[in-house]
Design a protein around this ligand. Structure first.
Ligand code: F6R
Length: 612
């Protein structure tokens, strides 16, 4: 949530800052701002409510904003409504220090009140402003910016990634991190900070991921990182192998559409390195070879779409391993006193690897002695670093706020993991195992086939985009998939939608079905197709209009009863949602397009939720 960029170089900072913010806009887009410090030591700030385009205009009109060192921020409001004053950067009363900040300062009110008592006047409603006012307070006292920074860090509680400028130090910016992502990028006569590697891809691939409690001083020529006791640390540099093209629209109208279309390739990249000579290989697991030896229960913990992957995993892995598998919402898990210990394996799923609730669940699991395996897309992210084992999805950068290719790569990887464990424990017959392998090999091509029917998805979406409430129903894996179909629709089209286990409808919700209600009925899961078809009849007899998601095998039979059909090829039943998800993603996409919604940046949302 919220994006940070910082630049220290030999050229004008503002173009790098604005460009970086554009790439970070998906992290928050209710306001944006930049601060630069000129070589003469003048601090200049421009910030504004609204999208980055507004800030661009302001900066273009104000020629005085010029300097080689600067910081920028794009905001997703937590404390204080989105307006010009609450936008970052925040500047202290003396006008010497500017700060951009991601995270939440939990004790901000206490600090704010104590500063007010000392005569400080606050401008904004944000928690961030206390950082900068406190910095100026200590700077005045100690006359040394690093002394002031360390003193402030010792007083604030909560999560932060921050960039700091001080006009008395025109050549440097300072960065600090705790429980919120921040990385340093190394360029040619220029160095950078960013909350997210996509902001830096145009400039550098060499990065250092900052750790909690570290502070860095960055100039055009040097980077120095310190620990919490101010000892100088060695910097571990990593090369990022993401391609800049992957973070650009490349001719598509929306990142979401581009990322949906990239799924066959992303899934192939995720599967291929893990298939060798007709076997699933999980090199990553060699670190803990006896991982599953005494495991009697698995928890899959995640948020949003990643949790929906967890639901798929619950059905698949429980069936394969014959042990209880629970899919848990990370925000609930951490406060529900889960029964954890050495015999539980906790699987955390997160595209960003920075979701605070998932991170907290991970820490709780480790604290209680469970091993944590994570499925993550962003290399070097916090969840990846704190897990015992990481399995990376190779989806590449995902920019659209609504996840698609990260979701599908997470799903295929989790299913492969389940099958791998089943094989390792002798719980899957060789013939069945080979069927799964064959299906995995065939999957990217089948996905491409499903993606060819854009016309159908578009046509059906244009017929139904005016509905204001839509139900998704399904059983077992179809139910788990319906949860995601419904979320995709809600988040980008703002249509109210519910997803129900089809068999549960008659226990209450069916009362909401009336003539004209739209029901998207999922009936792809082979073992339960008959039962799902009965549920279709059930809602139709109450007047519902139905769109059915079925396999091509079932399509002919059902065509007479249901005129609107999304038909996908058949694959192994445990992989079937990998094909079924595509029409649902595209249905949501085209419905949102018809309704004129801002698809890549839906209202109130931001990618990577780093607050509780
Ligand atoms: C929905 C969506 C969110 C994320 C959720 C978890 O389209 O993107 O529901 O899936 O916020 O995010 P990660 O996977 O980064 O932990």
């Amino acid at each position: 949530m919220c994006g940070i960029i910082g630049f220290a170089g030999k050229t004008d900072a503002k173009s790098v800052l604005l460009d970086g913010l554009e790439r970070l806009e998906y992290r928050g887009y209710d306001s944006a701002g930049i601060a630069v410090v000129s070589s003469k030591g003048e601090l200049q700030v421009e910030k504004s409510k609204g999208r980055l385009a507004v800030l661009r205009e302001l900066v273009a009109a104000d020629k005085s904003v010029s300097g080689n060192v600067g910081i920028g921020h794009t905001r997703w409001a937590t404390h204080g409504e989105p307006n010009d004053v609450n936008a970052h950067p925040h500047v202290g009363e003396a006008g010497k220090i500017a700060v951009v900040h991601n995270g939440i300062i939990e004790n901000y009110l206490e600090i704010k009140n104590s500063l007010i008592r000392k005569g400080v006047t606050f401008q904004s409603d944000t928690d961030t402003e206390v950082i900068v006012q406190l910095l100026e307070y200590y700077y005045k006292k100690y006359d040394d910016i690093m002394d002031a920074v360390y003193k402030v860090l010792s007083r604030i509680k909560g999560a932060y990634a921050m960039g700091i400028l001080c006009s008395d130090y025109p050549e440097q910016m300072i960065a600090a991190r705790k429980d919120a992502p921040l990385l340093i990028g190394y360029g040619d006569e220029s160095n950078y900070i960013a909350s997210d590697v996509t902001a830096l891809l145009a400039y550098t691939r060499m990065v250092t991921y900052m750790e909690d409690d570290e502070v860095a001083v960055i100039t055009a020529k040097s980077v120095q990182i310190y620990d919490s006791d101010r000892n100088i640390l060695n910097m571990e540099q990593h090369t990022v192998d993401w391609d800049i093209a992957a973070a650009e629209k490349g001719g598509y109208t929306h990142f979401m559409l581009k990322e949906i279309m990239e799924q066959p390739e992303a899934v192939k990249k995720t599967i291929s390195p893990r298939l060798e000579n007709g076997q699933i290989v999980m090199e990553e697991l060699s670190k803990v070879p006896d991982l599953m030896q005494n495991i009697t229960r698995i928890y899959i913990v995640a948020c949003g779409s990643a949790y929906h992957v967890g639901m798929i995993g619950k059905y698949v892995i429980e069936k394969l391993l014959h042990i209880p598998v629970e899919a848990c919402l990370a925000s609930e898990f951490r406060y529900s006193e889960p029964v954890l210990g050495e015999k539980s394996l906790v699987i955390v799923i997160s595209q960003s690897g920075e979701t605070l609730d998932s991170m907290a669940a991970l820490r709780e699991a480790k604290r209680k002695g469970s091993k944590v395996l994570s499925i993550v897309n962003v290399m070097g992210s916090s969840i990846a670093r704190e897990s015992d084992i990481v399995l990376y999805t190779w989806a590449g950068p995902e920019i659209a706020v609504a996840t698609t290719k990260a979701y599908s790569t997470q799903m295929v990887l989790l299913i492969m993991l389940g099958v791998y464990f089943a094989k390792q424990q002798g719980l899957i017959e060789e013939q069945e195992y080979q069927k799964v392998i064959d299906s995995l090999l065939e999957l990217p091509e089948q996905m491409t086939e499903v993606l060819k029917n854009l016309d159908t998805y578009q046509k059906i979406a244009s017929r139904y985009f005016n509905h204001n409430s839509i139900f998704f129903i399904g059983r077992n894996l179809d139910y788990a998939l319906g949860l995601e179909g419904s979320l995709k629709l809600k988040e980008i089209s703002y249509i109210h939608s519910e997803s129900y286990a089809a068999g549960e409808l008659k226990h209450g919700t069916i009362s909401l079905i009336e003539p004209g209600t739209l029901v998207v009925a999922l009936a792809t899961y082979a073992p339960l197709v008959e039962k799902s078809l009965s549920n279709i009849v059930e809602v139709q007899s109450r007047g519902a209009e139905v769109i059915a998601l079925v396999t091509q095998e079932t399509a002919a039979t059902i065509k007479e009863r249901v005129p609107e059909i999304f038909a996908v090829p058949q694959t192994h039943p445990i992989l079937q949602p990998m094909l079924g998800m595509i029409p649902l993603q595209l249905f949501a996409y085209y419905v949102a397009l018809n309704r004129g919604c801002d698809i890549d940046k839906p209202r109130n949302l931001a990618k990577s939720v780093t607050v509780e």
